[in-house]
Design a protein around this ligand. Structure first.
Ligand code: PEP
Ligand code: MG
Length: 319
């Protein structure tokens, strides 16, 4: 059966009731892109570009970055590649970046907010990304966006830079939905974004006010908390089909949570390359309507444990 799953991993996956779900990969480098492509990924749903910036004495040059992004796009052989702009904060320090000490790093200058204090770092990355060919295979995603205006600001920068470089074609531009305000304002965001991708790791952290790094809270920081699920639902309903919505947090690769995300209307799941085959097999066995009609009941449950108890037999019955 494992052998069959691996072969079928290279085919697209639709649910039993006929909805295509893109199963993409989360990667950190062009080497991992090769692994993702070999694993049957339909694309890259999240390349965490910060790995290129960590563990060194100076920032990678525009040229070095462009080569790495190009190698990633090349490795995926024409499938869409979403590269996320730098998501460094005061917690993940770069030795060549001196940010003032943040009282609460998780709530400080990180993700898109870094653009204001370090414009040349992020502009260099944008220029490197715009040097990739062909640009239609590339999608740029911005982390820690809190509303549509922030993404609009990035779009203006992107367009100005493309004009400077005499480019006629622009890559798609999307936002991560990982800050609760972004989930609640998804409607306005969808007017500015070409796509949205829900980062359930941070959305859980910020939605529940529980530090994802705190070992004392790991059991409680649960994506199945009805409050977090309501944020996910708000993102999908807010986008209202105006732009595709994916999930790139760890929940996307969880066999209990993935069916619920699909039933809520998510179009794409981005998972570790080693999970591609299993998640595609899961999608093919899923009758999502069975779960979809229970979502309103699930959301009225009091806590994550109750949702879990309700969801386990429900997902079993839908497979
Ligand atoms: C997330 O927050 O869910 C996410 C995918 O981004 P990261 O884990 O890199 O913060
Ligand atoms: Mg995140």
């Amino acid at each position: 059966q494992a052998q069959r799953e691996r072969c079928e991993a290279h085919l697209e996956a639709a649910t039993r009731d006929g909805r295509m779900i893109e199963i993409a990969a989360n990667i950190g480098s062009s080497n991992e892109a090769r692994l993702a492509n070999d694993s049957g990924a339909d694309g890259v749903g999240l390349m965490r570009s910060e790995f290129l910036f960590l563990g060194r004495d100076s920032a990678p040059s525009e040229d070095e970055q462009r080569r790495e992004y190009q190698a990633t796009v090349d490795a995926m052989q024409g499938k869409p590649v979403i590269i996320r702009t730098l998501d460094i904060g005061a917690d993940k320090q770069l030795p060549y970046l001196t940010l003032p000490k943040a009282p609460n790093p998780a709530l400080g200058v990180r993700g898109v907010r870094l653009w204001q204090s370090e414009p040349s770092l992020l502009d260099t990355q944008l220029r490197a990304l715009l040097g990739v060919k062909p640009l239609r295979h590339l999608r740029i995603m911005v982390p820690m966006i809190s509303d549509g205006s922030e993404l609009e600001w990035v779009r203006e920068r992107l367009e100005a830079m493309a004009a400077e470089m005499c480019l006629t074609e622009l890559p798609l531009l999307g936002a991560m939905v990982e800050v609760p305000s972004a989930a609640l304002c998804a409607g306005a965001m969808a007017h500015v974004a070409d796509f949205l991708s829900i980062g359930t790791n941070d959305l859980t952290q910020y939605g529940l006010a529980m530090d994802r790094e705190d070992p004392l809270l790991t059991g409680q920081a649960d994506v199945l908390h009805p409050g977090v699920l309501r944020l996910i639902q708000a993102s999908v309903l807010g986008a209202a089909g105006r732009c595709p919505v994916g999930v790139c947090g760890a929940a996307a690769g969880d066999p209990l949570v993935a069916p619920l995300l699909i039933a809520m209307g998510v179009n794409e799941l981005s998972v570790e390359p080693s999970r591609i085959a299993a998640i595609k097999a899961l999608v093919r066995r899923l009758d999502m309507a069975i779960i979809a009609r229970e979502i309103d009941s699930l959301l009225t449950l009091p806590d994550a444990q109750a949702v879990r108890r309700y969801l386990v037999p429900l997902v079993e019955s839908a497979l």
